[in-house]
Design a protein around this ligand. Structure first.
Ligand code: SF4
Length: 509
């Protein structure tokens, strides 16, 4: 969707021809990716259009503060843009996100050619700050200490028509010592259930069939309004939304992961058999130093309960290697928990000092070589487990929601890609003569091969079935809108018009 304005021409030029272009460059986590969707939505609401290529009238950096060299990266990027801006009067640069919330006026001191700096609590101010900077010919800085408007009420330009993110809370009341979120995103703020469900319904009405509920600590949802079971109730309520086929959530915290949530997952058919459960460390001593209030036994107990109620659940995790003070024994404890947990995937990180976090000031920071060596041992173990777990999928019939992105080798293999119900990445081919799916459609295929990071399905004709979905129709409509061509079946009598889409590969043998 271009979102280009369609108003009357002004002075002989259409507004479209004069509309300013924008680009949002995103760093960091899923929360930032979703915030960037909001920034794009607000800019388009204000009449900007997405830039085609690298040249944009407005460049917005949505920054992340979790890596040690995040600021070097930002200032490096800003430095590259300085001469571009000097050569293009009227160009504007804005910096938002976690690093802006943290560094504030330092950004304008170090990069005085920046036009606007805004924080994590006032994403909605972006168009106004750009306008004010242009009007006053002066850089604008606006950082709020707490949330002004819940960001989900802002216009959003979503990256995908078939799946959407819905924030249920922002901020976090925990104090994990490696994490910058409490400092930069503040205390947890929960949205009212009615507002969340209305946003989910609106996404479904627009064609989405998958929704991921998002929060820094998603299962503590309800803490602000005093309902300890609010998250499980929300999952069950999502189960009543007609047309919503897949519900996911991220990220939960093991300490607050209660049985009512496991029951709601198991008993709500559209909640997917998949769980991302951050371990961080398998050593109880390190968990204590991290101020993570669960211990390894509790963590493993949660996995047992989940697998007892949802036998084929795929469980993924986050692990930090080399936290300050981690001994070889501590690290072995992590390897032991990983061995027992049988994670489908793990996001593994080498600890690096994150300025502004308590752990950055701890003694016993480990030498890089030690961290690297442990990291390699951990990833080797996890890769072996992931491959073994994926091998268990061989011969299984799996429902895959087709995505617009294909695998790296798609050109040679002619395979399409998608996600199974348990979130595994599946590359599949369409048998010769069989109908090709659109992104958002659902295919059921038999798994024929497996690696550590993906499954392969090259099904025989009888082992492939396609279910065209509302999400696939929404994809068609979005493609038609962006090409200015009517979508098939939109009632204009011109069904079957080519949408200018790349043709989808179909196996020829
Ligand atoms: S629970 Fe998550 S977001 Fe909250 S402080 Fe810990 S790591 Fe950060």
């Amino acid at each position: 969707m271009s979102g280009a304005p369609t108003e009357e021409p002004v002075s002989g030029l259409s507004r479209e021809a004069t509309a300013r272009t924008y680009q949002v460059r995103t760093f960091g986590c899923q929360m930032n990716v979703h915030d960037s969707e909001r920034m794009a939505g607000m800019l388009e609401d204000a009449g900007y259009v997405p830039a085609d290529g690298d040249r944009a009238d407005v460049v917005v950096f949505n920054t992340c503060a979790v890596r040690e060299n995040a600021d070097n990266k930002l200032y490096g990027n800003l430095g590259i843009l300085a001469p571009v801006k000097a050569a293009n009067p009227g160009m504007q640069i804005a910096v938002g996100g976690c690093l802006a919330q943290k560094d504030r006026e330092t950004i304008l001191k170090k990069a005085p050619w920046v036009d606007a700096v805004f924080g994590t609590h006032n994403v909605g101010a972006l168009p106004a700050l750009l306008e004010r900077a242009r009007h006053n010919d002066e850089a604008q800085l606006e950082i709020l200490e707490s949330l002004d408007v819940f960001p989900s009420t802002l216009p959003t330009k979503r990256d995908s028509v078939y799946a959407g993110w819905v924030s249920i809370s922002v901020g976090c009341n925990n104090t994990c010592t490696f994490c910058i979120v409490p400092a930069l995103r503040g205390k947890e703020k929960d949205r009212r259930p009615g507002d969340i469900l209305a946003e989910v319904q609106a996404l479904v009405d627009d064609g989405a069939i998958e929704v991921t509920l998002l929060g820094q600590n998603v299962n503590s949802y309800g803490v602000e309004f005093g309902d300890r079971q609010a998250f499980s109730k929300l999952l069950r309520a999502c189960g009543d939304i007609e047309g919503l086929e897949r519900v996911r959530f991220t990220s939960p915290h093991p300490a607050a992961f209660t049985d009512d949530v496991i029951d709601a997952m198991a008993e709500t058919p559209n909640v997917m058999p998949q769980l991302h459960m951050p371990l961080q460390s398998g050593s109880d001593g390190i968990l204590k130093a991290m101020k993570r209030s669960y211990r390894s036994t509790k963590f493993l107990g949660i996995l047992d309960k989940v697998r007892d109620k949802i036998p084929h659940a795929a469980i993924s995790t986050d692990i930090i290697v080399g936290f300050p003070g981690e001994t070889e024994e501590d690290f072995q404890a992590t390897l032991d928990v990983v061995e027992k947990s049988r994670f489908a995937t793990a996001f593994t990180f080498q600890y690096s000092k994150r300025p502004g976090t308590p752990a950055a000031d701890l003694p016993d920071q480990l030498p890089k070589a030690v961290v690297q060596e442990r990291f390699e041992r951990l990833t080797a173990l996890q890769d072996r487990i992931a491959a073994e777990e994926n091998k268990k999928q061989l011969g299984r019939r799996v429902e895959v929601m087709v995505t617009a992105q294909s695998g790296r080798k798609a050109e040679e293999t002619h395979r399409l890609s998608g996600r199974s119900r348990d979130q595994r990445l599946v590359h599949f081919s369409v048998p010769a003569g069989a109908p090709a799916p659109r992104p958002g459609d659902l295919v059921t295929v038999t798994i024929t091969d497996a690696g550590a990071f993906h499954l392969i399905a090259d099904p025989a004709p009888g082992e492939y079935s396609l279910r065209r979905s509302r999400a696939g129709d929404a994809w068609d409509r979005s493609q038609a809108e962006s090409c200015g061509v009517p979508a098939p079946g939109t009632g204009d009598g011109r069904k079957g018009v080519s949408l200018g889409m790349p043709s989808l590969p179909v196996r020829t043998s």
